[in-house]
Design a binder for this molecule. Structure first.
Ligand SMILES: [Zn+2]
Length: 456
């Protein structure tokens, strides 16, 4: 079996003791970590590929727990607008004009951007063309839990998206049978619940039942805006989380995204049922959802991870930038510099993300027997030196440009900043052309922000 040995690195393992190996080595065999720290010579095969990582930092690959692959081509179509305009006049018309090919280009571009910021695993909250997302994940070599965008209820939906609860469940069951554990086990299929605005109780109950039976996850936007709780209270009698609790839909396989508007009791309910949380700081500020009570959730022992959300609401798929924001916004909100410190942010982006992905035994830390999902950071850039406190430097100082190489499942996806599985320039050309076509098809015209004079 193929072996890779990376030597002389500063290895941040994120194992249970959070051990760091200074001047350590890591031996990869096939898709797994065979040895770490001090690697005994008798374990190393003759034809091993050796990489000297002197002066570099090795981390587990980041886990982005909330992404919209099919929104990547819509970056920049909905800036500086309110949420309803964002959704109904820009993002929905844009996304509903997609076909398989645009979905594939969008997904591939999103994956490449993530790989360049050190992401090896992501949780996708749902597009219309799951087949195209599967193909993108297969081609890019990443690890992902994919779900369909599932909506059976609610106002303002594009016509071709309205389905019954049974139709939505059936389609997802087929996708699960076809793709779960495909691409060498890198692809998982989850069940999607877009948001309670667009999901009936019947669908929520059926989703919970089938996801439990199939032992897979559920990805749902929860308590995203204040108006969501008002809507659920007036239509169903309780806030979103209280209502889900009443339905019996809370559980350890539920990933709750955003969770901005939670009461103390709702945080306690999440703890009780081990509901997982994806915090998306950039999107929460840019689309003005509000500030999630993350320090309070962490204090109560909730498993909180980090997500970027989609390109029209962030607008970057950059986990390095997201880690920085995660720490800063809560210090600012609570006026306490000690909340959400760098080491906790790193936990959120790695091991906590693995728990959200229901893959804690396989990824999220660098340990013998786990999958070889890792990144190499090169701190030798003018914006990140000197390196007095490496963990703090990663979170507060480095950017995605410091991610030198990315490996998933024992395969290099990016080496020395070069994407190995496709021609990035070609992808960018396709992306520019396709995004323009879709914008025209969806009839979206953006006003000029300054007078534009065409020079002929
Ligand atoms: Zn989202």
């Amino acid at each position: 079996m193929k072996q890779i040995l990376i030597k002389n690195a500063y290895i941040v393992t994120m194992n249970a003791k959070r051990e760091i190996y200074n001047n350590g080595s890591i031996l990869i065999e096939g898709n797994k970590i065979k040895a770490i720290g001090k690697v005994e010579k008798n374990l190393i095969a003759e034809n091993v590929e050796i990489l000297d990582a002197n002066g570099k930092i090795i981390l587990p690959g980041f886990i982005n727990t909330h992404v919209h692959l099919s929104q990547q081509l819509g970056r920049g179509i909905a800036d500086d607008v309110d949420l309803l305009t964002w959704l109904r006049e820009r993002v929905w018309p844009y996304e509903s004009s997609f076909d398989y090919e645009s979905s594939l280009i969008s997904s591939t571009a999103c994956c490449v951007e993530m790989i360049k910021s050190g992401v090896t695993t992501f949780l996708e909250s749902g597009g219309q063309y799951v087949d195209a997302m599967v193909e993108a994940v297969k081609n890019t070599g990443m690890r992902a839990a994919l779900s369909k965008s599932v909506m059976d209820d609610g106002i303002g939906l594009p016509e071709n998206w309205v389905k019954t609860a049974d139709e939505e469940i059936e389609t997802q069951k087929e996708l699960f049978e076809k793709y779960n554990n495909s691409a060498d086990g890198r692809i998982k299929i989850w069940f999607g619940l877009r948001t309670i605005f667009n999901n009936s109780d019947e669908l929520i109950l059926k989703t919970k039942k089938i996801a439990d039976e199939l032992n897979t996850g559920i990805h749902m936007h929860i308590a995203e805006i204040a108006a969501e709780n008002d809507y659920v209270k007036s239509s169903r009698g309780n806030s979103t989380v209280e209502h889900l609790h009443k339905l019996g839909a809370l559980g350890p396989n539920l990933l709750a995204v955003h969770t901005v508007w939670l009461t103390d009791r709702e945080i306690d309910l999440f703890r009780l049922y081990d509901v997982k949380v994806s915090h998306n700081p950039a999107a929460a500020m840019k689309v003005v959802l509000g500030f999630a009570r993350i320090p309070e959730m962490l204090d109560k022992g909730l498993n909180v991870s980090i997500g970027t959300d989609g390109a029209p609401s962030n607008n970057r798929m950059d986990m390095m930038r997201e880690m920085y924001l995660t720490s800063l916004i809560h210090k600012g909100r609570t006026l306490n510099p000690k909340v959400v410190p760098a080491e906790q942010v790193l936990e959120m982006a790695t091991i906590n993300g693995a728990k959200c992905a229901l893959l804690e035994k396989e990824i999220g830390s660098l340990e013998v027997g786990k999958k070889a999902d890792l990144i190499i950071l090169n701190p030798n850039t003018i914006h990140s030196l000197p390196l007095h406190d490496p963990i703090a430097n990663i979170v507060y100082t480095m950017s995605s440009e410091n991610v030198e190489s990315t490996m998933c499942n024992g395969q290099w996806l990016m080496k020395n900043r070069e994407i190995l599985f496709l021609n990035e320039k070609e992808l960018m050309e396709n992306l520019k052309q396709k995004s323009k076509e879709i914008k025209e098809k969806a009839g979206i015209v953006l006003p000029n922000r300054f007078p534009v004079i065409d020079i002929i």
